[in-house]
Design a protein around this ligand. Structure first.
Ligand code: FAD
Length: 296
């Protein structure tokens, strides 16, 4: 007879790992299912020191990802890596999550959606469409790029666009221009960017020709923000906000369907960062524990 887990958690970033570790330490049986070959989620993609995490001064995103893996192992959390979840359905009051391995579904009394966000692509193109010389950021691909002698266009109006405009300017590029339809970045980034090379207002991008306003570039960097990724749960018809983030109850992280929880960036409940994602995992774990005790 196949095991029924107390909770199947989809997504092994800070939110999902935190929830799984707490559930395991509370004596419940979680299963952590992750699409990638490693845990850590977005933290694994940033090599910079994280200056916002008060408990781990100086740790890089990649060190945080390694710590998350270590914590999951120490708590004895079973983890299924390289397991992109395609869909979830309800069967006899259980959540059936499939496929975790080809042809193999798993079942849980609770479902925790911790699948985070995906960097938004150029408007009008498929989510994962890519072109040579066009990088959709932020993350390790932006950092790994050699900018020496290149003409670079940075697109976007948020913190990441302004921060990376400043970053690329300091990396030996021949020229760097920032195109921003609407400036949403915090004032300290706008001030650091200054006015030189900053274009505000409408612009046209042709990613195949690699031009912005008909001007050719060696490289175009896209920072259009994020969108939630939880298409596998569409069949559950959960309540979402106008941008597609899953709506949850702040006290429990429960979504609009009993037994389904959404945590971290996919729920966008609090200012998104490692700490709030992990806190969300704890809130869901405690709510699941209460629920399982009531059912016992
Ligand atoms: C460049 C960069 C720098 C950052 N710097 C900081 C910083 O300094 N400090 C800070 O606090 N935060 C920082 N952040 C933000 C922080 O990384 C995120 O807020 C945090 O990782 C969100 O955690 P999460 O668990 O909600 O989602 P994620 O980290 O996105 O994890 C979601 C996981 O779900 C998996 N997944 C998605 N779909 C499926 C599926 N269908 N099946 C199975 N698995 C799936 C993904 O592969 C991923 O591993 C940074 C982010 C980036 C990109």
């Amino acid at each position: 007879m196949q095991q029924v887990y107390d909770a199947v958690i989809v997504g092994g970033g800070p939110a999902g790992v935190s929830c799984a570790v707490w559930l395991a330490r509370l004596g419940l049986s979680p299963l952590l299912v992750e699409a990638a070959a490693r845990l850590g989620g977005l933290t694994a993609t940033h090599p910079f020191a994280d200056d916002w995490l008060a408990a781990l001064p100086g740790a890089t995103g990649q060190q945080i990802a390694a710590n998350l893996t270590q914590s999951a192992q120490a708590a004895g959390v079973p983890v299924s890596l390289r397991s992109p979840v395609a869909q979830v359905r309800v069967e006899e009051n259980l959540y059936v999550v499939e496929p975790v391995a080809p042809g193999k579904a798993v079942r849980g009394h609770a479902l925790v959606i911790a699948s985070g966000v995906l960097a938004r692509n150029l408007a009008g193109y498929a989510r994962r469409a890519r072109w040579p010389g066009v990088l959709v950021g932020p993350g390790s691909a932006i950092v790994a790029q050699d900018y020496t002698g290149l003409s670079v266009a940075v697109l976007g109006g948020g913190d990441n666009a302004f921060e990376n405009f400043v970053y690329v300017r300091g990396r030996g590029a021949k020229s760097v221009h920032l195109y921003s339809r609407t400036v949403r970045a915090q004032s300290q980034w706008v001030a650091r960017a200054g006015d030189a090379g900053v274009h505000r207002g409408a612009y046209d991008v042709d990613p195949a020709a690699r031009t912005v306003n008909d001007r050719p570039y060696d490289l175009i960097l896209v920072f259009y923000g994020w969108e939630p990724q939880a298409a596998f749960a569409d069949g559950l018809n959960l309540a979402r906000d106008e941008r597609g983030y899953i709506r949850t109850d702040t006290a429990t992280a429960q979504a609009s369907l009993r037994g389904v929880y959404a945590i971290g960036e996919v729920a966008n409940r609090m200012h998104p960062c490692v700490v709030t994602a992990m806190a969300d995992g704890v809130v869901a774990a405690k709510a699941i524990q209460r629920c399982r005790e009531q059912q016992a």
